[in-house]
Design a protein around this ligand. Structure first.
Ligand SMILES: *[C@@H]1O[C@H](CO)[C@@H](O)[C@H](O)[C@H]1NC(C)=O
Ligand SMILES: *[C@@H]1O[C@H](CO)[C@@H](O)[C@H](O)[C@H]1NC(C)=O
Ligand SMILES: *[C@@H]1O[C@H](CO)[C@@H](O)[C@H](O)[C@H]1NC(C)=O
Ligand SMILES: *[C@@H]1O[C@H](CO)[C@@H](O)[C@H](O)[C@H]1NC(C)=O
Ligand SMILES: *[C@@H]1O[C@H](CO)[C@@H](O)[C@H](O)[C@H]1NC(C)=O
Ligand SMILES: *[C@@H]1O[C@H](CO)[C@@H](O)[C@H](O)[C@H]1NC(C)=O
Ligand SMILES: *[C@@H]1O[C@H](CO)[C@@H](O)[C@H](O)[C@H]1NC(C)=O
Ligand SMILES: *[C@@H]1O[C@H](CO)[C@@H](O)[C@H](O)[C@H]1NC(C)=O
Ligand SMILES: *[C@@H]1O[C@H](CO)[C@@H](O)[C@H](O)[C@H]1NC(C)=O
Length: 337
């Protein structure tokens, strides 16, 4: 029973191969050529073909593979169905759950008065942009070269944009799957956002964290009011990644928490040397040392004598501060003798 159909189909295929691109417009049986059909992955596509009563045989082909010959289904694909075509004027099929492999030309082939005619339609499958691979969170040392990767798929090809969210809120943007940062600085640490977009759906956005290690620098080295017999505090603050460890010295002698009437209190980037009850021997020159795996630095902080309450914000001391210190030392000596 299928033999005659098969013969017919083969002759159609032959005719299609011999006369490729037979203009559909010239055929009486066709209203007009179909436009491209753009369909999103997972949705359905309806392929329409108009026929009339002069048509003796009809078939739908996917490239050169027959999907339907008349009402007989040749395709084994359950997603392909013949629509309930009204009357004898339409011969349409539907492809459900379209995937990227379905993209390509489909041909409605018609035999009228033993003359084969064909109408082509091109299915274009759109796929929303999706990020499939992105660099992991990384920790690098200041000065390293860093390459960040963000791979995305989609149809059409997605555009990939990078944004940098830093503490200062400063964003720089760059386009492409890879960004290369040469000699990374600590300001370039933070969250990097990759977004893939092809306008098919909302952009796919992923982020990754770049941590930049750098040696400590002391941003604050401060002495607060320290009258005799009262509580006194020296404050040292260091910016560092990883967070700095602190040590305190008076001249060459290291100070330890709980000994010699002092307490050392470390809280994140800040260390405090606390005197429970300031005595005269406590006055003098202290050194705060901040260190991490990247390096070490120190700053001098003076615990001033009575009558002079000074803030020393930055070591080394400025000329003005040295002058104050001189006054302090003089008054201290006057007070003592
Ligand atoms: C249909 O799609 C093909 C391939 O993408 C393209 O070359 C052609 O110009 C499109 N035709 C129309 C009418 O959009
Ligand atoms: C075609 O019509 C029959 C009977 O009316 C119905 O059962 C079937 O689901 C229809 N098929 C499609 C694809 O609409
Ligand atoms: C069309 O042909 C391609 C290539 O052979 C195949 O991968 C795809 O599944 C076919 N699609 C349909 C709807 O038949
Ligand atoms: C992501 O890319 C990296 C580097 O090219 C590769 O080693 C890894 O296997 C990829 N991961 C996945 C899930 O494809
Ligand atoms: C980083 O890249 C620059 C320029 O490409 C190169 O000169 C330098 O040697 C690289 N540094 C490291 C640590 O690889
Ligand atoms: C990467 O860093 C972000 C932000 O710090 C965090 O939310 C996320 O869990 C990290 N991802 C991995 C895989 O460690
Ligand atoms: C501080 O030390 C002085 C002298 O040793 C002592 O007289 C005073 O009571 C102490 N003050 C406090 C609050 O402990
Ligand atoms: C404190 O000591 C440091 C070194 O230990 C020194 O460089 C600095 O000049 C001293 N400051 C004063 C005010 O004497
Ligand atoms: C502080 O730093 C200076 C210069 O880097 C160094 O010579 C000195 O020994 C350091 N002091 C301490 C107590 O670590």
């Amino acid at each position: 029973m299928h033999n005659s159909v098969c013969f017919l189909i083969l002759s159609w295929v032959f005719a299609l191969l011999v006369f490729p691109g037979v203009p559909a417009r010239s055929g009486e049986s066709f209203s007009k050529p179909m436009d491209n059909i753009t369909v999103r992955q997972g949705e359905s596509a309806v392929l329409k073909c108009s026929v009339d009563n002069k048509v003796s045989r009809v078939a739908w082909l996917n490239r050169t593979t027959i999907l339907f010959a008349g009402r007989d289904k040749w395709s084994l694909d359950p997603r392909v169905i013949l629509l309930n075509n009204t009357g004898a004027t339409e011969y349409s099929i539907k492809i459900q759950n379209v995937n990227v492999y379905d993209e390509g030309p489909y041909i409605c082939s018609v035999l009228t008065n033993k003359k084969p005619k064909s109408s082509r339609v091109h299915i274009i499958v759109q796929v929303p942009a999706r990020i499939v691979n992105i660099s992991t969170n990384i920790t690098v040392n200041e000065g390293s070269n860093v390459t960040l990767m963000c791979l995305a798929i989609g149809r059409p090809e997605p555009t990939i944009l990078w944004k940098h969210r830093s503490r200062s809120g400063h964003n720089f943007m760059s386009e492409g799957e890879y960004i290369e940062i040469t000699a990374i600085t600590k300001d370039q640490s933070g969250v990097y956002e990759c977004s893939a977009n092809n306008d098919i759906s909302t952009p796919d956005v992923r982020t990754l964290q770049v941590t930049v290690n750098y040696p400590p620098y002391i941003s604050t080295a401060r002495s607060t009011g320290t009258p005799l017999g009262q509580r006194g505090t020296l404050q040292c603050e260091a910016s560092a990644v990883p967070v700095a460890n602190f040590e305190w010295y008076k001249e060459d002698r290291r100070l330890f928490n709980g000994l010699n009437g002092v307490k050392i209190e470390n809280k994140g980037r800040q260390s405090m040397l606390i005197f429970f009850n300031v005595s005269e021997e406590d006055y003098g020159n202290y050194t705060c040392v901040a260190m991490n795996t990247m390096g070490i630095t120190n700053a001098s902080i003076i615990l001033y004598g009575p009558g002079a309450v000074h803030d020393v914000n930055r070591a080394p001391l400025s000329l003005q501060n040295s002058f104050c210190l001189l006054l302090t030392v003089i008054s201290w000596f006057l007070f003592k003798f």
